[in-house]
Each structure stands twice: as structure tokens, then as C-alpha cells.
Design a protein around this ligand. Sequence first.
Ligand code: DUC
Ligand code: ZN
Ligand code: ZN
Length: 476
Amino acid sequence: MRTIIKNGMVVTSGSTFKADILIEGESITSISNDIATRSGDKLIDAEGQYVLPGGIDVHTHLEWPLMDTETADDFVSGTRAAAVGGITSIINFTKPKKGASLIATQEEWIEKGKKSVIDYGLHAIINEYSDRVLEELPILAETYGVGSIKLFMAYKGEMMVNDLEMYKIMKKAGELGVITNVHAENGDIIDEMIAQALAEGKTDPIYHGYTRPTLLEAEATGRALAIAEAANAPIYIVHVSCSEALEKVVEAKKRGVQAFAETCPQYLVLDISYLDQPNFEGGKYVCSPPLREKWNQDVLWRGLQTGMISVAGSDHCPFRFKDQKAMGRNNFSKIPNGLPGLEDIFSILYHFGVHEGRISLNQFVEIISTNPAKIFGIPKKGDISIGYDADLVILDPNGSRVITSESQYQNVDYNVYEGLEVQGIITNVLSRGEVIVKDGHFTGDPGRGKYLHRKRQNRDSSLHAQKNGQTRETIQ
Ligand code: DUC
Ligand code: ZN
Ligand code: ZN
């Protein structure tokens, strides 16, 4: 089966040019001017539109248990929303029960993911240190293609690990070329601040913001980076929300730590004032780290412009307002933490980034597709190139749409970007050559998504820290 995308403006992280794209089966087999058609070819006319690599959202929480409930999107509704929004691959987090085998957990989550509409990978969360973790990590990496794990420095009792646990786990991960995602907030002090606020009768959603200050994100970020450096391990700081935390990443990069940073659309566009709305409306915006003072947004955009932040991930962690967020109506600490965003990340980043002139179109591709594929070792994705998977998004830059929960695919009763008009309409989406969104309508099938076996980090890089007692500077 051949498909030809005709007359589109092809955009990669490195260039923009007019060309046709030939797809045979699941892969791109030719990119050139005026590819001749044969009878039986499927033709898609992309005149006046951009053809971009599909978005890769490496930060999703589908079917994810948190704070005595579970996120509202499963792998069907979540990946359908992703597809419509221009995302053709996700990496979701697993969630092991305390003491559970990481391998058994991985198997369980691969099974859950089989319903997906698009391709899916899994980061393995590790919530404790044990000999078994050390035994299972190499199996996860080699047999299951799990090139990334995740550690939490907050959510004590549920997921938080201490510094020594982090060091030991990261050391092993580093030896294996497995990158560690870190949620960096100082959980101990946050818990104390929450208890103090509640004791003073401060129960509204805004206190979620006040009890998780930027200082404690920056402190934990700096500590995580130092632990990664000591462990000689690659590290990816998820959801950097503020200037002070980003400074820690920049300092670490200067020292030669193999550190990457991610931010999320909500930190680029929304701010702490959203938490301070009456009638518990602020509860809709509770996520961790919390939304910050507005001035941080410019700093985060500069981070994306300069490459200090490599990736935008959605941190899609959706909870319904009416019965899930409502669990914390009288106590902000009981509001499940998280926002929906998987369906809109591509549009929000395109609109506020490219359309409003903060980043170039090529930088957009780099941030939403190329960098996530490279950092997390996803083969044959993140670019438009011969031999690559035909994961493609066709976007009409002249159209616009208004974001609303009325017409969204995300399985929640609100949208944090409600009423916002964004430039650019996603007209068609292809996943491994199959059209899964046609003229804006979803046409894919649950269960067609494949599990992503991922590659590990290249441990030969001169970016890696001390070898045989040499300093980084002496290793070239
Ligand atoms: N932050 C959230 O807002 N939700 C899920 C977990 C997290 O780190
Ligand atoms: Zn997190
Ligand atoms: Zn998250």
C-alpha cells in the first residue's frame, strides 16, 4: 500500500522545504519533488500546509493511580485524544505497588497499553531501593527496552525515595545507560508546610501553591543533579516550572553533567492566579509543581529558545472536576494533583511558540518530536527521513480553532485552556503510514499502537563524567 503526501511544506528540526513524501507500508521511502503517482496510490493533498514529524509526549499518566483515585483517561481515550492533538507516540509512567517486582509491573503496564491507538513506551517508576531493583533493572533495560526510569523526591509514603536510594538506583541506571527522570520537589518540607497551613485553617486551592514554593523545587533540582553527577548518570528533570530550578539545570550542564530539562505548556501559559479562583474553581489547576508567578514564563521560553530546556511534555494527569478534584473541596491537600493536556500540547506550543514568534518552526519540531525521540532512545521516530516511521502531522497554519471541553476527546469535564483561540489546525495525522485523523476526525482503532522497545544512552560520550579517576576536562 502506497500513500503520497503531495505539495506540503516539510518541516524537520533542521530544515523546511517543499516536497512530496512517499510512504510504503509503515515507512517513509522517498522525499522529493513531484513523486509520480501510480494507480491505487492513496493521495493526500497538503498544499498550503506543513508536514511535521508526529509529536512525542514523553510525560503522560494514563490509567495512573494517585492519591486514592486514578486518572480519568485510559490508554484508549488518552491516546485517541493524543492522536487528534498531533501526538503519535507517548511514554507513560508505570506505577509499582510497594515491594512489587519491576518486571511484573512492566508486564502489567504493557498489557494495559495494548489498547493504545498510537505507539507507547513506558518509563519504570521505582519507589524504593532493594537488591531486587538492582537485579531487575538490567532485565528491564535489555529484555523490555526500558531506557528510562523515574524517581520522585516528593509524595512521601506513596513514591518518594531518599538521597541514598536515589544515588544507588541512579548509579546502576547510569552503568546501564538508562536515563533517570526526576520529579524534583523537597517532599519532607512540603509536607510540613502543608500540615502547618491546614492547622491554620488554610484549606483553599491557592495554599497548594503557597506550600510548594519555587525554593523547594530549586533545592531538590540542585540536589538531584548533584546526585546524578556523583553517580555518573544521565538525568532528565521533568516539569521544570520556574526560573530558580532552571538555573540549577544550567549550572549542572556547565559542569558537564548529562542533564536534560523538560517544561510543560501549563507553566508556559498559565500562572498561579488560576489557583486563586472562587467556588473551588482553582481546584482545576492543582498540579505539582504548582503554577508559578507569571514572570517565570519568559524565563522558561528563553530556556526553550536557547536549548537549556530540551523537551515539552504535557504531564497529562487528568482528574474530573465534579467528583475527583472535588475530593479536596475542604482540604487542598486532598485534591488529586494533575491537569489534562495531552490533546492540546502540540497546539499550545505551536500557537504561543511559533505563531507568536517565541521559537522557530524548526525549534518547535525539535522540542515536540526530535529531542524526545533522541533523549529517550525511540528508534525511527522524531524526524522525517527515509526509513523512518511515517508518523506525520499535517497542519494548516491559516486556520484557527477555539479550545473547549465541549468537543475534546480527553475524558474530563473541563479544559485548562477553555476558550482560548489557537492558530493552526491539525487536519491529518498518520501513525506508521495509517491515517488515524482525517480532516480533523479520528479514524484510528484502539489496539493498533505498538509497544516501544527503546535504546539506551551512549555511554562512550565524552559528556559522561569521571572515568578511571580522570576529570571530565581530561576526557575528550
Ligand atoms: N504532578 C502532578 O501534577 N500529577 C502527577 C504527579 C506529579 O508529579
Ligand atoms: Zn511529577
Ligand atoms: Zn507527571
